[in-house]
Design a protein around this ligand. Structure first.
Ligand code: NAD
Length: 432
């Protein structure tokens, strides 16, 4: 099939590359010229394991193209995926759909034959109806179909998640488009992915409900961890003890910092706004948002306690600053709240992240990037393990630090408390 991905970010690039690898002709379009020029030279704009090899393979065999020419790319394609950003509105909690609507206007000018227009971006219920209205202003209704096909890939595991999804959700009010998309996904369905067909609004809501539920699970175990700290219980035992119950499931039950990333914070807020529009009170999700927003403050209070209420002039090292491992994505990472707070209170901060220096900390006083784990740890009073990269799991602090008073705050519970204590250092974890 001839496909066009509008927006070549985490979702558009990964799904475009994977579709081309399945034998389709794909044009990945972006308005960011630097990104597209870089991709044409083999420069991958994001950190995603395995992505570079797949881009080079499919670009060289000419199934994958990159372009900034939206009009031409739409004309050449039969199926158009909207993969643009849907961040939180600047003045509010709802999703900012300006990128979606401006792309829909562009599409409406270039429809030269029947096209299926698909929202792969996460969009609130009724967005498909709005896109249909925009297109109808310029194009006859029998020339297009608007479908919802939410994406569930996880950054860091994106290629595997795309090729082996648990399910493919197609929300369409039109049977012909449904069949065409079932065909497009046939190679994944034949490998075991469940095909779920719903109306368009249901598919839009499935994505928000899934993200809100996962955010709830994380927040739930984070609150249980708070209780464990007061009762001398290891939350890891609780995660195993409840996770083995098939009705609960063990995933997303790892206690840690506040959830962050490009999806959960914005999607939980957006579903509340949608529910308000339909006069429905989603009180559980509201309390999840509240609990999560207090989490970084709680962990900062703990940092202060660990340092005996003396943050000023303390040398603090952050290992990992992204919201999770195997991605370079900094959007809504809890480090963005913690590091500026500690800097403001006089701490001297070094950080190391396997994906390199972060522009987000450029203007923050007394914050510097270290080229290696050992540079970052050397001379520190406190090491904060913020992100669970494999690179950190076997650190021997004894080899890296000469200070006897080094304290380690393991916000992902990846170290063995006994081993750290045996090395002579003070260990603090989450809920243990
Ligand atoms: N990142 C994830 O893990 C993930 C997972 C599932 C779903 N989603 C959803 O997918 C959507 C995209 O997320 P992302 O993380 O890939 O965003 P992103 O910011 O990485 O990429 C969006 C891209 O769209 C481009 N763009 C915007 N308007 C355009 C236009 N008119 N024409 C061409 N290009 C345009 C931007 O330049 C940018 O490169 C969001 O709705 C998000 O919620 C994201």
């Amino acid at each position: 099939m001839k496909l066009c991905m509008i927006g070549t970010g985490y979702v558009g690039l990964v799904s475009g590359v994977c579709f081309s690898d399945l034998g389709n002709d794909v044009i990945c379009v972006d308005k960011d010229k630097r990104k597209i020029n870089g991709l044409k030279k083999g420069i991958i704009p994001i950190y995603e394991p395995g992505l570079k090899e797949l881009v080079l393979k499919n670009y060289n065999n000419k199934r994958l193209k990159f372009s900034t020419d939206l009009e031409d790319s739409i004309k050449k394609s039969d199926v158009i995926f909207l993969c643009v950003g849907t961040p939180t509105k600047k003045n509010g909690n709802g999703a900012d759909l300006s990128q979606i609507f401006s792309a829909a206007k562009e599409i409406s000018k270039s429809i030269n034959k029947f096209k299926i227009i698909i929202t792969k971006s996460t969009v609130p219920v009724t967005t498909g109806d709005e896109i249909e209205k925009i297109l109808s202003k310029k194009v006859k209704k029998n020339k297009f179909s608007v479908v919802s096909n939410p994406e569930f890939l996880r950054e860091g595991e994106a290629i595997r998640d795309f090729v082996y999804p648990d399910r493919v959700v197609i929300g369409s009010n039109d049977k012909k488009s449904k069949m065409i998309l079932k065909n497009l996904y046939a190679p994944l369905i034949s490998k075991g992915a469940k095909f779920i067909s719903t109306n368009r609004r249901a598919a839009e809501l499935i994505k928000y409900a899934a993200n809100a539920f996962l955010a709830t699970k994380i927040t739930f175990i984070n609150e249980i961890a708070n209780l464990c700290e007061k009762t001398n219980i290891d939350v890891e035992d609780i995660s195993i003890g409840i996770g083995l119950d098939k009705r609960i499931g063990s995933r997303f039950l790892r206690a840690g910092p506040a959830y962050g990333g490009s999806c959960f914070p914005k999607d939980t807020k957006a579903i509340i706004t949608t529910a308000d529009k339909f006069r429905t009170d989603l009180s559980v999700i509201k309390s999840v948002i509240k609990s999560n927003s207090l989490r970084s403050k709680l962990l900062l209070k703990k940092i202060s306690e660990i340092l005996n209420q003396k943050i000023k002039n303390k040398k603090i090292c952050f290992l990992g600053v992204t919201f999770k491992a195997n991605t370079d994505d900094m959007r809504d990472s809890s480090s963005l709240e913690m590091i500026p707070f500690l800097s403001k209170n006089g701490a001297k901060i070094k950080y190391y992240d396997p994906t390199g220096i972060k522009k987000e900390f450029d203007k923050i006083k007394n914050v510097s990037f270290s080229k290696s784990i050992s540079y970052a740890v050397k001379g520190s009073d406190l090491v904060i393990l913020h992100t669970e990269w494999n690179d950190f799991k076997s650190i021997n602090f004894k080899k890296l630090s000469t200070s006897k008073n080094l304290k380690i705050y393991d916000m992902r519970n990846i170290f063995s408390p006994d081993k750290i204590k045996a090395q002579g250092f003070k260990y603090f974890g989450i809920g243990r």
